[in-house]
Design a protein around this ligand. Structure first.
Ligand SMILES: Cc1cc2nc3c(=O)[nH]c(=O)nc-3n(C[C@H](O)[C@H](O)[C@H](O)COP(=O)(O)O)c2cc1C
Length: 338
């Protein structure tokens, strides 16, 4: 309700200013312990990756890159919050403007480029937070780390976030870091997932707790590439897959203002591709590896469709910008009896 009043004001601002202002308000509400007015529908808890999720709807990575608003966002009703993508060292990301709304299609194009304060700052924020729920931490590489050495960045982040995460997401699917998506190839996945799994086993020994690893993939993959990924997930015994990140395609938004901006497209237009990729992974993997469906969840029906395509959990980001907290409630209601 409140969001219906706030939205025209926010949409009158440049997209990144509106984003920063919203996060700042949530941070203030969080610091002052103000109740964020949301009644969260009850749901049956669900066990995925060995963790108990209070409902199936989570916040996708990229909104709270530094883990500054975890409690404020959790108060919207999400059953899990994924923060990041974080990189070993702080980096500014791409020059502004780098975030664009395409309101006619309830979509966003972004080329943020992993702007973040670095893994140490994120860990400090998580330590300060009183959040008790399921926290995913999404990790990536710095833009100036050569792609052949990407594994070093992922390992460095994994070691630092391990003790603070419920699960860790390995992001190889952002279109805004040069060559990152190459890491979805067969030999590249072996070079990345092998060392990460070995490090996970060592850290589990050290901390006495197994923290699951999830791989987040792109929607722009053909059937053969998806088979390679499914085989790698199985071979390396990865705990979950997240499908999908944003798309490079402009199908469905051609001729709209900003459609030619470089970056990843999210929101309603990515729903079809993301759900097709999710369904294909599900056919390859059966019930062997749990799947998290993300991309174009804009209402209860699209959230439910992710479960029908094979997901156990659902995440959203762009829908929250267009619909506000009402979407979280609607999505929980649509998926709670699944
Ligand atoms: C502005 C913006 C920034 C994003 N940043 C990240 C990121 O840092 N890491 C990541 O894994 N995904 C990132 N994403 C992708 C989302 O997590 C999600 O996978 C994608 O937007 C599709 O879901 P949606 O249609 O619900 O937004 C970002 C998306 C947007 C719109």
């Amino acid at each position: 309700m409140l969001y219906e009043f706030a939205r025209p004001f926010l949409f009158a601002l440049d997209a990144e200013t509106a984003h920063d202002l919203t996060l700042a308000s949530l941070r203030t509400a969080q610091a002052l312990h103000l109740p964020v007015a949301c009644t969260v529908p009850s749901a049956r808890p669900v066990r995925v990756m060995g963790l108990e999720f209070p409902n199936r709807i989570g916040l996708a990575a990229g909104l709270d890159k530094n883990g500054e608003c975890i409690e404020g966002l959790a108060a919207l009703g999400f059953g899990h919050i994924e923060i990041g993508t974080v990189t070993p060292r702080p980096q500014p990301g791409n020059p502004k403007p780098r975030l664009f709304r395409l309101p006619e299609r309830q979509a966003i194009i972004n080329r943020m480029g992993f702007n973040n304060h670095g893994v140490d700052a994120l860990v400090a924020n998580v330590r300060r937070s009183a959040f008790q729920g399921i926290l995913g931490i999404n990790i990536g590489k710095n833009f100036d780390t050569p792609i052949e050495r990407a594994v070093d960045d992922y390992l460095a982040c994994l070691r630092k976030v391990y003790a603070h995460a419920s699960y860790v997401t390995v992001n190889v699917s952002s279109p805004n870091t040069k060559n990152l998506r190459q890491l979805q190839g067969e030999s590249e996945l072996d070079g990345l997932l092998g060392p990460l799994k070995r490090e996970q086993a060592a850290l589990a020994q050290q901390h006495g707790r197994h923290v699951p690893l999830a791989l987040k993939i792109a929607p722009d993959l053909d059937e053969a590439q998806l088979k390679v990924i499914a085989d790698a997930l199985r071979r390396h015994r990865i705990d979950a897959a997240i499908a999908t990140n944003t798309t490079l395609s402009r199908e469905g938004v051609e001729h709209l203002a900003h459609a030619d901006e470089a970056g990843g497209l999210s929101g309603a237009p990515v729903f079809g591709k993301a759900t097709t990729v999710l369904g294909a992974l599900s056919r390859h993997l059966g019930s062997e590896i749990p799947l998290i469906g993300v991309g174009g969840v804009m209402d209860g029906q699209s959230a439910r469709a992710k479960l029908e395509a094979g997901a156990q959990l659902v995440q959203l980001y762009t829908g929250l910008i267009y619909r506000g907290p009402a979407l979280v409630k609607e999505a929980i209601e649509a998926t709670r009896d699944a």
